[in-house]
Design a protein around this ligand. Structure first.
Ligand SMILES: Cc1cc2nc3c(=O)[nH]c(=O)nc-3n(C[C@H](O)[C@H](O)[C@H](O)COP(=O)(O)OP(=O)(O)OC[C@H]3O[C@@H](n4cnc5c(N)ncnc54)[C@H](O)[C@@H]3O)c2cc1C
Length: 313
């Protein structure tokens, strides 16, 4: 770990001002469960000169209902989102997804803002001491394409990068149509989880996420398939939500960003049944283009979609 300065921010404005124009030379820290590992392994192109602590900002750890939507502060703990009776009642898939994040210790340390901003988990991107100057770091090669891609995208790349979206809560937030508020703008969930250079979200340097607003869904469900049950990132996860606009089906772990499957949604327009759920699963992967190393994910994704939809019958 290299030396860096440390500032405790007393407010969102102070955090933004402290980052100022030094943007890339600063990093925000919340629970630190992702950021500190990145700094220990030195995976980022620019090592921050200053780390700005957000946990010292008061009143950003709320979970409440406002104007018919759930609103979750960026500093709410992942475990608190999982345990919240309000989230369980109004946005079941989000509570279920939060409960599947990592381990109890990381859920109690990690914040909601941190889990949605966590960086992708490609082993070339995260290789210690920046051994691979990959596409996301400004290089011209996606090393996974010719290397070990067993956990990578089965739907091609975003700007060529085939690392997958790692979050469990992301598909739930896209399915529910959440909106992300920062110190300067609102961002729709579908636009938030985009590959953005070294980042895995749309935030710019020095931009602070303050809260996420989540429309209430009549019925919703989340499932995750991982190799280990105790603590592991998803091979495939899926969230489905029934909104006024119909049933939304969103997958994670199989594409660079959460993937909304319009094909799966079309299969359940007439209602969700055992049969239509199975058809939706097949439709969700009909256009998949896996590599030999990750073709095993295709039938798993199909089964996970069908299983998640069946939970709504
Ligand atoms: C061993 C391990 C297993 C894991 N397994 C899973 C898993 O199964 N599923 C899953 O979904 N996740 C998993 N994770 C990721 C975990 O969810 C995150 O590490 C954690 O939630 C991040 O929260 P944090 O508060 O510690 O964020 P930090 O580490 O403090 O920050 C993470 C990133 O977000 C930025 N950031 C944080 N808050 C804000 C904000 N308010 N505004 C702007 N930027 C911000 C930071 O600058 C940093 O880049 C795992 C992590 C580990 C270490």
């Amino acid at each position: 770990m290299r030396a860096f300065g440390h500032i405790d921010a007393g407010s969102v404005r102070q955090a933004v001002d402290a980052a100022g124009t030094a943007g890339a030379q600063t990093a925000f820290i919340a629970g630190g469960t992702d950021l500190l590992g990145s700094l220990k392994d030195n995976i980022l192109r620019a090592y921050p000169k200053t780390v700005i602590n957000l946990k010292t900002i008061a009143d950003l750890d709320f979970i409440r209902e406002e104007g018919g939507a759930l609103v979750i502060g960026a500093l709410a703990k992942v475990q608190d989102v999982a345990d919240s009776a309000l989230v369980q009642e109004k946005a079941a898939c989000l509570a279920q997804a939060a409960a599947k994040v990592s381990s109890p210790a990381i859920r109690r340390m990690g914040t909601f803002g941190g889990t949605v901003c966590q960086r992708h988990r490609c082993w070339y991107f995260r290789s210690p001491e920046n051994r691979f100057d990959c596409l996301r770091k400004g290089g011209d090669t996606c090393f996974a394409l010719t290397g070990d891609a067993r956990y990578h995208s089965i739907f091609g790349g975003e700007d060529g990068c085939i690392a997958v979206s790692p979050q469990d809560v992301a598909p739930a937030l896209v399915a529910l149509g959440a909106t992300f508020r920062t110190d300067r703008r609102d961002i729709a969930a579908a636009d938030f989880f985009k590959v953005n250079g070294e980042r895995s979200c749309a935030l710019e340097d020095g931009e602070v996420l303050t809260q996420v607003s989540v429309p209430v869904a009549a019925k919703s469900a989340f499932s995750k398939f991982a190799l280990r049950k105790s603590i592991d990132f998803a091979i495939v996860n899926c969230a489905v939500a029934q909104t006024e606009a119909g049933t939304r089906v969103v997958l994670g772990g199989i594409a660079p960003s959460p993937l909304r499957s319009l094909e799966a949604e079309a299969a359940v327009v007439g209602g969700i049944s055992e049969e239509s759920a199975k058809r939706a699963g097949e439709a969700a992967v009909a256009t998949a283009s896996p590599l030999p190393a990750n073709a095993y994910k295709v039938p798993i994704a199909s089964a996970v979609v069908a299983r998640t939809l069946r939970a709504l019958i």
